[in-house]
Design a protein around this ligand. Structure first.
Ligand SMILES: Cc1ncc(COP(=O)(O)O)c(C=O)c1O
Length: 459
């Protein structure tokens, strides 16, 4: 691209990536404009798959609309912050008051603010690999250096505290923990979290614990709040309305500080200054926080047997279990599967090429594993937000494509659209166009439930 020097973007963006909404999503958008129906499994947006925000939350916002016309306090409205304090108490986190709660425009905004308030050029932050890529991007954007600690597939994506400890240097300022994890769905056991807490305390690292999926756990798995384990250093717990409460469009998240808060006065003042610079976060939606956090938690039904998320996860486990090529460590939390491809069977498998082929040939959009800052190239992420039938249909298409790879070699480009039998075409050695003729009708009734309208792509 020939860019006029005057309009060149900042160099600070050169190391920043967010492939979840990157070129593949743009290509999917183009295909939709040509009339194709794309099954989009790239973004964890519950609304796109028919989930609704609990009605009481909508009502709380509407009832308080007239109270929402002005700026509010930079840290957020008091009832929302106080509700977060009570939630922390119920989770076993003591010693927190509304003073230590900051409400932001989603956890996303807070990730940027908490890092910006902390980092100097070259400071290192330990970030999991794979990670939710905003963490790596935000460290880099704020002049820090993301040092990835591996959560190996062979260890069910659970970090090894000793390996993490070996990466600490004198420049290390903080450790990011995402639990339950996006993209892997791993939920960390208590001894691992305790060991990470001791490491952070010993090396005086700030803990950033992203617990946005905390109540999304399956089959009796326990999601342990990091703040119950960290006492002798600063612990930051991040969560919000987007996932558990299916209200990602409300843009509400919170950061709660616990542990050695008394020694972190200057840091918290810096964070308050940054919060003041952006005046405040979206006010109307903050009124939904109290209603969300108190009382009945409808997410529990969704993640229990018979619940929508539970059954979709079950479909994912069954489909990958049946596959000749796929491997999956059963996710115990969150709403994703980080699926591996057996490279003994497909030695030339490349996650980015696969995601592109799957989109062009099968009209399914997934995120290649490399987008989550991993050094290997044989994984991809799907969300389990679609219903079970849709996931079964999607994995049928994935298996077809992988069969075509196996019979025709990794470079196979088979003819036809989503329903056109790529494997047979490949076996017949057909040299085929990348994209079939526009196919406006839904591939199946299940698929039609999740077809994303073009204008919704980036919601
Ligand atoms: C681990 C994790 N943290 C943070 C976010 C951002 O959440 P929010 O919608 O509150 O900005 C996401 C969104 O997918 C996420 O998966």
């Amino acid at each position: 691209m020939n860019t006029d020097h005057a309009f060149r973007p900042s160099d600070s963006l050169s190391s920043v990536r967010y492939e979840i909404r990157g070129h593949l999503a743009r290509r999917a958008h183009e295909l939709e404009r040509q009339g194709y129906e794309i099954v989009s499994l790239n973004i964890g947006n519950p609304r796109l798959f028919g989930f609704r925000t609990p009605e009481t939350m909508r009502l709380a916002m509407i009832e308080n609309m007239s109270e929402s016309e002005g700026y509010c306090h930079q840290k957020g409205i008091f009832p929302a912050r106080e509700a977060v304090v009570m939630q922390q108490q119920a989770r076993g986190v003591g010693g927190v008051s509304a003073e230590e709660v900051f409400v932001g425009n989603g956890v996303s905004e807070l990730i940027d603010l908490v890092l910006r308030a902390l980092l100097n050029r070259g400071d290192e932050v330990l970030v999991p690999s794979p990670d939710y890529p905003l963490w790596t991007a935000a460290v880099n954007l704020n002049a820090g250096r993301a040092v990835h600690y591996p959560c190996h597939p062979r260890n069910h994506f659970i970090p090894d505290p000793e390996e993490v400890a070996s990466l600490v240097t004198r420049r290390t300022r903080a450790i990011v923990i995402i639990n339950p994890n996006n993209p892997t769905g791993a939920t960390y056991p208590r001894p691992v979290l305790e060991a990470l807490a001791r490491l952070a305390e010993r090396r005086r690292l700030v803990v950033f614990s992203d617990e946005i999926y905390d109540q999304m756990v399956y089959d009796g798995t326990e999601s342990i709040p990091m703040a119950t384990l960290v006492h002798d250093t600063l612990c930051t717990t991040l969560s919000g309305l987007s996932k558990i409460y299916r209200a990602c469009g409300y843009r509400v998240g919170w950061a709660v500080f616990s542990g050695r808060v008394r020694d972190a006065g200057e840091y918290l003042s810096a964070l308050e200054l940054l919060s003041s610079l952006r005046l405040c976060s979206n006010v109307p939606a903050q009124w939904a926080v109290q209603t969300a956090i108190g009382g009945h938690q409808s997410v529990r039904e969704l993640v229990s047997a018979g619940g929508r998320l539970y059954e979709s996860r079950r479909a994912l486990l069954e489909a990958t279990g049946r596959s000749r090529f796929l491997q999956l460590h059963p996710p115990t939390g969150a709403m994703y599967g980080f699926v591996g491809v057996d490279t003994a069977q497909l030695p030339d498998f490349d996650d980015q090429q696969f995601a592109l082929d799957l989109l062009e040939q099968k009209h399914v959009l997934v995120v290649p594993g490399v987008s989550f800052n991993v050094p290997y190239r044989n994984h991809f992420r799907v969300t389990t937000l679609p219903d079970a039938d849709t996931l079964r249909m999607v994995f049928g298409r994935i298996e077809e494509l992988l069969c075509a790879y196996a019979t025709g070699g990794a470079g196979v480009r088979a003819a036809g659209g989503a329903a056109s039998g790529v494997a047979e075409a490949a076996a017949a050695g057909a040299a085929a166009p990348r994209v079939a003729a526009p196919r406006v009708a839904a591939a199946s009734s299940a698929a039609s439930n999740v077809v994303v309208k073009a204008q919704d792509r980036f919601k």
